[in-house]
Design a binder for this molecule. Structure first.
Ligand code: ZN
Length: 511
């Protein structure tokens, strides 16, 4: 009872930053930090008291004590970062429960099931996650490619019949009942690339009565960009649900410089009542399968390859991340490989893909391959990042070859805040926390506020930086000092603590 009274007292006191006079004990006190509350407001100096998994007090705790006290003097204290487009929970999630790639950059919540690919059925995954918790909180979308694959199987290079769409709807409904945030699509990938607009719209409407959302790797990030944007806006309008464009980018030379036109389109849509938002990662190069370069699936067309290498990315700007056909090519650019084999880059590109198909036929399984390709402009990245409805994501994975898996969030703070001053520190933190929670519909996370879950990160605002590069994609960031998830420290002294306090985050109505 006394504790409850004290809590109320402190809640009121917290608002006006009066000190707690009683010598109350907390589980944890973080002292003297510069508190960035996640709302985008100016930081202020203060202490934070944590009890169990919750922020119990914010203000002056000089008269209180705790079992664990942490001095954050000179450092920033922010809500733990929320990664709204993560691939960190890969197939080896339960072997690597500490998720060091994510937590070492301050991430405390990851939203998976992206690009149309999700754990299926979601209820089974959640059961497993319930039995074997991991270091971070996890929420998930239900992936269209996964649903389509389980209904259409290998016969997917066509529109689905109404009967097949109806089957997908039932599976999606089941995932929504299990707590999925909504529907995710990856329309540049198999098998989603063969779907009609109507198939996606019908499925999107399934999530409407659940207060679900739509998140999309849109149909094209280059050649058919405007049509793809049109599709996502239409879904928001017709299905009447919030829609988010995943890892927004202008990834073709002839659409560079069009960030303003794109944002004007988004703003007009928002004005008309469509809740459209975006997330972005802070790199000018992407990472995907090599086949994504050919939206018309004409992989042997050298003319098409020529166009790609002029308009989308240059031969020296495509780097093979992995290539199981010939692992020695990993880390080399297309230009280098073409030179080695004495071929034109276009010929080489076509052959690299043909060799993947041959390899897969011979080995009877999917060939590991991925490329990193530079095809965005810095000026566009900054404009898109600054849009008030864009939050930060990593699109990264724990085992990936793109440095975003280990460095996306710290790169925003080091490069785009400290070096380039494109965002203020409080704006950047808002885009990693409060805004992200709002755009995913997550309650009680994303802010430093009494009654919120104690997901927190202490970092050095001056030295924070990403260290991961293409050559060393798994190098840990600098400046991230201590990370809490649900009141437990999961990362300190550049090491994980082998605690697994992460919770399953279900769609807001079930939170
Ligand atoms: Zn994607």
């Amino acid at each position: 009872m006394r504790k409850k009274f004290f809590l109320i007292h402190c809640l009121i006191a917290g608002i006006v930053l009066i000190s707690c006079t009683q010598k109350e004990k907390f589980d944890t006190i973080i002292r003297n930090g510069m508190i960035y509350d996640g709302n985008g407001d100016e930081p202020y100096k203060g202490d934070i008291g944590i009890n169990a998994d919750t922020i119990a007090f914010i203000g002056d705790l000089s008269n209180a004590s705790a079992k664990k006290e942490v001095d954050a003097k000179g450092n920033a204290v922010a809500p733990g970062f929320i990664d709204t487009h993560s691939h960190h929970a890969g197939s080896n999630l339960f072997q690597h429960r500490d998720l060091i790639a994510a937590v070492s950059q301050g991430i405390t919540t990851i939203i998976i099931g992206q690009d149309g690919g999700s754990n299926f059925p979601l209820s089974d995954f959640y059961k497993k996650l319930n039995d074997t918790a991991v270091a971070v909180n996890i929420g998930s979308y239900s992936g269209h490619n996964t649903l389509r694959d389980s209904v259409l199987g290998k016969d997917y290079k066509r529109f689905a019949t109404q009967q097949e769409i109806d089957k997908m709807k039932i599976l999606l409904q089941q995932d929504m009942e299990a707590g999925a945030f909504g529907l995710s699509t990856g329309l540049e990938y198999d098998p989603g690339i063969y779907s009609s607009n109507d198939e996606i719209l019908q499925l999107a409407k399934v999530v409407t009565p659940f207060s679900g959302r739509y998140i999309s790797h849109i149909r094209s990030e280059d050649r058919y960009f405007w049509k793809a944007i049109d599709e996502v806006i239409t879904i928001g309008k017709e299905a009447k649900i919030p829609v988010q464009v995943s890892h927004i980018k202008l990834a073709m030379h002839n659409i560079w410089g069009k960030a303003d036109s794109l944002l004007a389109l988004f703003d007009a849509a928002r004005k008309s009542g469509i809740d459209i938002t975006a997330d972005i990662y802070p790199y000018a190069f992407w990472n995907s399968t090599i086949k994504v370069l050919f939206p018309n699936r004409n992989f042997s067309d050298e003319k098409e390859a020529d166009l790609i290498l002029k308009e989308i990315t240059l031969p020296e700007d495509i780097i093979l991340g992995s290539y199981e056909v010939n692992p020695a090519y990993a880390g080399k650019s297309l230009a280098e490989i073409a030179k080695l084999e004495n071929k034109t880059p276009a010929r080489m590109l076509v052959e690299l893909i043909a060799r993947i198909d041959e390899w897969e036929k011979k080995n009877g399984r999917e060939c590991q391959e991925n490329i990193m390709a530079t095809s965005m402009s810095e000026a566009d990245i900054i404009k898109l990042m600054k849009w008030p409805h864009t939050n930060i994501c990593s699109d990264g994975s724990s085992a990936g070859t793109h440095p975003r898996g280990y460095g996306a969030f710290t790169r925003v703070l080091g490069k785009y805040v400290n070096k380039e001053k494109a965002l203020t520190m409080q704006q950047a933190i808002h885009k990693m926390t409060g805004l992200s929670a709002q755009q995913m519909g997550i309650k009680r996370r994303g802010l430093i506020k009494t009654g919120y879950f104690a997901d927190l990160v202490i970092f050095n605002p001056e030295t924070v930086s990403d260290e991961a590069t293409v050559a060393e994609p798994h190098k840990l960031s600098e400046g991230i000092e201590t990370v809490w998830v649900n009141g437990k420290i999961i990362f300190e002294n550049k090491k994980t603590t082998e605690l697994y306090p992460g919770k399953i985050i279900k769609r807001q109505s079930q939170n």
